[in-house]
Design a protein around this ligand. Structure first.
Ligand code: SAH
Ligand code: SF4
Length: 344
């Protein structure tokens, strides 16, 4: 059995190379090929001698993600289907905006949480992605950022398929290498991890000194309602989640956003807005009001636009920082919650 060479940290790689009688600097060189230069095969590592490449190929392999179906939206958004080494499929999205190009990446194949409104939740969770597979999505999507505006990716959001904090180690390792000078050298501030609210995960990432932004998929501001649409709320209720958010904020001072999808006649009343304000007062945050993207077989509908305006103005008039997020890539089902490998 060959070893997956991207599973090793630099230090571990140095030890592996020692066993092969190879010096430290060779391990460093290979590390650079693997990450900074995102080599897809050992053969590409042309600064190594042919003999060494053969020796490495005997023991190690790279398991890269390959490009599958590409769909381009009229608004410039690109949805990229990607195939994993075990033939499983995931999706990622590149969203261009005036001054930014954002990659939306997946953290798992499917999702175990089955929120009642989300297309990904209908797929069963098949497996976690490893750090290399998350990294590869960024590298592949970067190509479309460059193609679109001659500018590389500026931001990364973990808002594709899966619950990032239920694949904790791989997600943190992917962020470490994306932000490392040995990798893509992006700032943690440019990264946002979206979670359905895994309190322990939020505490743990704070303790590990991670400084990226957090988005909480809130969608309902009282437990009774949230229980109905997000199973995870039964084990991680709002009080527990908000305790962990306070902890994150106190230690990092980093940005927190609440994502709130407005569903018709479910969470769009002014009473709901009052509950949302109560939560908003618990920890400094921004609120993103999200338009629901219809999912086949789901009874929820997006709120009426008059209701939305009323809800948003009510919040604004009470000093809440709130923005309405327009959906991107709708014509290709690339919007949030619509990633479900439909066209592959
Ligand atoms: N599992 C994580 C990250 C992926 S989902 C999480 O739940 O936060 C990314 C975002 O899309 C979440 O805020 C999620 O609630 C939202 N979403 C899911 N389905 C949606 C839909 N049909 N329309 C709009 N947003 C949706
Ligand atoms: Fe999973 Fe997030 Fe979809 Fe819920 S909203 S099913 S946690 S991907």
């Amino acid at each position: 059995m060959k070893k997956d060479i991207r599973k090793f940290t630099t230090e571990e790689l140095i030890k592996e190379f020692e066993k092969l009688g190879e010096p430290k600097f060779r391990a460093k060189q290979v590390h650079e090929w693997l990450w900074k230069k995102s080599a897809r095969s050992i053969d590409e590592m042309t600064s190594l001698s042919k003999d060494l490449r053969i020796k490495l190929q005997d023991q190690f392999e790279i398991l890269p993600v390959s490009e599958g179906v590409i769909q381009k939206s009229t608004d410039g958004t690109v949805k990229l289907g990607m195939r994993l080494h075990d033939q499983r499929l995931i999706e990622g999205v590149m969203i261009p905006d005036d001054d930014r190009n954002t990659a939306c990446v997946s953290s798992q194949v499917g999702c175990s949480l089955s929120c009642s409104f989300c297309a990904t939740g209908f797929l069963k969770r098949e497996r976690n992605l490893d750090a290399g597979e998350i990294y590869d999505q960024v590298v592949l999507l970067n190509k479309y950022a460059l193609e679109h505006s001659q500018k590389p990716l500026t931001n990364i959001v973990y808002m594709g398929m899966g619950e990032p904090l239920l694949n904790f180690d791989n997600v943190m390792n992917s962020i470490r290498i994306i932000t490392s000078p040995d990798g893509l050298n992006m700032a943690q501030k440019r990264i946002t991890v979206s979670t359905s609210g895994i309190a322990k995960g939020i505490k743990r990432l704070t303790d590990e000194g991670m400084k990226f932004n957090l988005a909480l998929s809130l969608h309902a501001a009282v437990d009774e309602k949230r229980d109905k649409i997000m199973d995870i709320n039964h084990s991680n209720n709002l009080e527990t989640v908000f305790d962990s958010l306070r902890y994150f904020y106190e230690k990092t001072g980093n940005k927190i956003t609440f994502e709130y999808i407005l569903f018709d006649k479910f969470n769009d009343s002014l009473e709901d807005a009052d509950h949302l304000i109560e939560l908003y007062n618990k920890v400094p945050a921004f609120i993103n009001i999200i338009e629901y993207n219809n999912v086949e077989g789901v009874d929820f509908k997006k709120a009426k636009s008059e209701k939305r305006n009323e809800f948003v103005n009510y919040l604004r008039n009470r000093g809440v920082s709130v923005a309405v997020r327009r959906s991107r890539g709708k014509d290709i089902d690339a919007a949030c919650g619509q990633l479900a490998n439909k066209n592959q």
